[in-house]
Write a protein that binds this ligand. Structure first.
Ligand code: SAJ
Length: 431
């Protein structure tokens, strides 16, 4: 993790950013605010959720991410980080709000628009606004348009001959579980609405980023971010498709991939129960939305990955029907709810999807084990016969064990405890 530095020292070179505001204190915004504050910048974090604001001001992180609590505590104790629910004047605004999609997979920019509306009244000549949220190509231009409409007294890039406010796009690229490391170490792509906007944003990020900052246009930077996540989605889809092929031809997919990866130019990813999280399962649709007729590959990958939870649910149903105990309905233990290992994020989780697709009538009980949950998500709580359990009770009762998320305690499980049970290991950790 980055070494927390002490608060603003006299003569600290802040490139004219006396005060920086981060709008949206979620999985990206809070770590960014905390890292900048620990580098000596004066940071105001803005979040619409009053509970989050309160907790941050108490020096606590409201999300789980390694070492984030320590960094937030040190940032608030030094006085360099303060959370508020309404924007205040600052020299720079970093917008890090969610960009989900609507039911038809169309991007939903409501949070970006409302962030723009909330900062508009406090904007001043000389300010910088950077959008970090993953966004469809053209969103930064739209944000400039919203701001120009709301502040006719200021000039914005693309709106008027002069430029009072610089605007840029710089996507976050951090991996949950490694956010504090990647925030500092990763290279950064910065797209200005004009070259001067990009340059000003680079001056801000250079205050805490140790990777290289690459300058480009806002539209290119927006597409780069989408391309990165679509690329990963496609590669996971290939692994998932291969796992279906392997089932049909009776080959162990994990062994086949391991051996194929001994080729110097092959690096196949790992199959699993599907693709989850708020990024990889969402962002490819932003490309599709802009260019539907030329993206059959990206759409097919989404289909393969979204189809995987149904397939796993079918494997569990088959195991229930083949259950050697005969007359009695089997007990199934489902291990893991998070969308990937060792985090507490259940958003778009394929593990949750698999359980939601189980046919409850086939089972005496569905026991769910998730070390990071103290209650079942709403989507699952209504299933008849379902209960949250601990690993010992679940394994003692289970006839069928389904490994969905490869959390550390499951990886370390003594395999002897699975003897005599039907095991469906969607992540290949027990082979
Ligand atoms: N997964 C597999 N097989 C693999 C790798 C991942 O099934 O071999 C699954 C995971 O279990 C999970 C999903 O894919 O369900 C996504 O996990 P991930 O670790 O690939 O990615 P995220 O969503 O946690 O973070 C991604 C990262 N993007 C890339 O690696 C290109 C991260 O750098 C981005 O900042 C983040 O999306 C984001 O916020 O956009």
């Amino acid at each position: 993790m980055p070494t927390p530095s002490r608060p603003t020292a006299p003569g600290f070179a802040n490139a004219g950013f006396e005060r920086v505001s981060v709008v949206g204190l979620g999985y990206v915004g809070l770590p960014t605010a905390a890292v900048m504050a620990n580098r000596g910048l004066n940071v105001i974090g803005v979040d619409a959720n009053p509970k989050a604001v309160e907790r941050i001001n108490r020096g606590e992180a409201h999300i789980v991410e390694p070492d984030l609590d320590i960094l937030v505590r040190s940032a608030t104790t030094s006085g360099n980080l303060r959370a508020v629910s309404k924007p205040e004047p600052a020299n720079a605004f970093i917008v890090a709000v969610p960009t989900p999609f609507k039911d038809n997979h169309e991007p939903d920019l409501a949070f970006v628009e409302s962030a723009a509306r909330s900062i508009a009244p406090v904007l001043a000549k000389g300010n910088l606004v950077v959008l970090e949220s993953t966004s469809p190509v053209g969103t930064t231009e739209r944000m400039a348009g919203w701001l120009a409409e709301l502040r006719p007294d200021l000039s914005f890039p693309g709106h008027g001959a002069t430029m009072d406010v610089h605007i840029a796009y710089s996507p976050e690229r951090v991996l949950p579980g490694r956010v504090l490391i990647e925030l500092v170490d990763n290279d950064r792509v910065i797209g200005g609405l004009t070259p001067a906007c990009g340059q000003r944003a680079k001056e801000l990020y250079s205050l805490f980023v140790q990777g290289t900052c690459f300058l480009t246009t806002a539209r290119t930077a927006e597409l780069v971010k989408l391309a990165e996540n679509a690329y990963r989605d496609l590669n996971i889809a290939f692994a998932n498709e291969l796992s279906l092929v392997c089932e049909k031809v009776d080959v162990n997919v994990w062994e086949a991939i391991e051996l194929a990866n001994r080729h110097p130019r092959v690096k196949i990813l790992q199959p699993g129960p599907g693709v989850g999280g708020h990024c990889i399962a969402v962002d490819p649709w932003f490309i599709v939305d802009s260019a539907r007729d030329v993206t059959p590959l990206i759409q097919a990958a989404r289909g393969v990955n979204d189809g995987k939870p149904h397939h796993v649910a079918q494997l569990v149903a088959d195991a229930a029907q083949n259950n050697a105990l005969g007359q009695n309905k089997p007990v199934v233990a489902c291990l893991g709810l998070a969308y990937k290992a060792d985090i507490d994020d259940f958003r778009e989780s394929p593990s949750v999807d698999v359980i939601a697709h189980l046919d409850a009538k086939l089972f005496a009980k569905i026991l769910v084990v998730e070390p990071h949950a103290d209650r079942l998500p709403d989507a699952l709580a209504k299933i008849p016969g379902i209960a949250l359990s601990n690993i010992d009770s679940a394994l003692a009762a289970a006839d069928i064990v389904v490994l969905l998320t490869d959390h550390a305690p499951f990886r370390e499980l003594d395999r002897a405890r699975l003897a005599g049970k039907a095991v469906i290991d969607t992540r290949g950790i027990w082979r």
